[in-house]
Design a protein around this ligand. Structure first.
Ligand code: ADP
Ligand code: X2W
Length: 261
């Protein structure tokens, strides 16, 4: 029996696909029962924040895939991610019979968050912290659902990119990590899935603007995790929930990132 915790990062676009979300939690529930393995969900919600910003008539600015977060906007952004997105996912989990607890990066000191770059505003960099609360929640039979909102040492709200947050959570738990997105994995210039990617190949595709936007952050986060954890990381899609059990058991269905030899 594999007892290594598995961290599943869910990109926020899944929130607009209600039917898939139901099936996804069905697949997670079945896997929990079959594999008896500790699972943690870390989620994004970038689309939800984009929508909210548009409704508030606030401009959305992203730099290399990271949202510029003026301090006066962080209450709205934290509300959308740690509130709305987190509770919508918890609701879908519970509907599918998965007992779930909604958390942030700050709960139990799971991740330590510091300001990434003053030019980005209240954007945080997450480092692994204390996993004991999350471990106890899993041992008690609950699925922790963790948003990418954290607190810095002064108690200020911080917006962390959810892929980077998932890497820090996986490091805190010394777990395996899969990053689930709306695309099958990293695609080449012709739109074909790249099954394996090395760091130099990825940087070349970024320089050629084949890999852009949020995928730049995701690819770099995946390499950071693979090297820090000494384990392969997979970027795959949440669109086909019936394929997820195989993925969770270590079979590649998307793009695989291996640690540097
Ligand atoms: N080479 C690429 N391969 C796949 N997706 C890419 C690539 N370059 C840019 N993207 C974009 O990256 C998006 C996924 O990143 P992101 O929006 O951050 O996802 P998520 O919210 O799932 O974390 C895709 O929807 C796609 O529009
Ligand atoms: C700093 C930063 O960029 N934070 C992200 C957090 C949410 C996120 O990463 O959501 P997805 O996984 O759905 O893209 C944001 O505000 O959009």
């Amino acid at each position: 029996m594999n007892q290594v915790p598995l961290v599943i990062k869910l990109g926020g676009a899944v929130l607009s696909c209600g039917e898939t979300l139901g099936k996804l939690f069905g697949a997670i529930s079945a896997y929990q029962q079959q594999a008896q393995r500790p699972l943690v969900l870390v989620h994004g919600g970038g689309y939800l924040v984009d929508d909210l910003m548009a409704k508030l008539q606030l401009e959305t600015v992203k730099k290399e895939g990271l949202r510029v977060t003026p301090p006066e906007q962080i209450p709205y952004i934290a509300g959308a991610l740690a509130g709305t997105a987190n509770k919508l996912l918890q609701g879908q989990a519970q509907k599918a019979g998965v007992a779930a607890v909604g958390l942030s990066l700050a709960d139990g000191g799971l991740c330590k968050v510091t300001m990434l770059d003053p030019e980005l505003g209240a954007v945080g960099k997450a480092a692994p912290g204390d996993c004991s609360l999350v471990s106890q929640i899993m041992q008690a039979g609950y699925l922790p659902i963790v948003s990418s909102i954290g607190l810095d040492s002064q108690g200020q709200l911080m917006n962390v990119n959810a892929d980077q947050a998932a890497v820090a959570v996986a490091a805190a738990l010394d777990g395996e990590l899969v990053l689930l997105s709306d695309v099958s994995g990293v695609l080449d210039g012709k739109g074909h899935l790249i099954c394996d990617l090395t760091e130099p190949e990825a940087e070349a595709l970024i320089a050629q603007a084949v890999i852009t936007d949020g995928m730049v952050v995701k690819v770099r986060a995946a390499f950071e995790a693979a090297n820090a954890l000494g384990r392969s990381i997979e970027v795959a899609t949440w669109r086909y929930p019936d394929k997820l059990a195989a993925l969770f058991d270590g079979h590649s269905i998307g793009t695989k990132f291996s640690p540097q030899a």
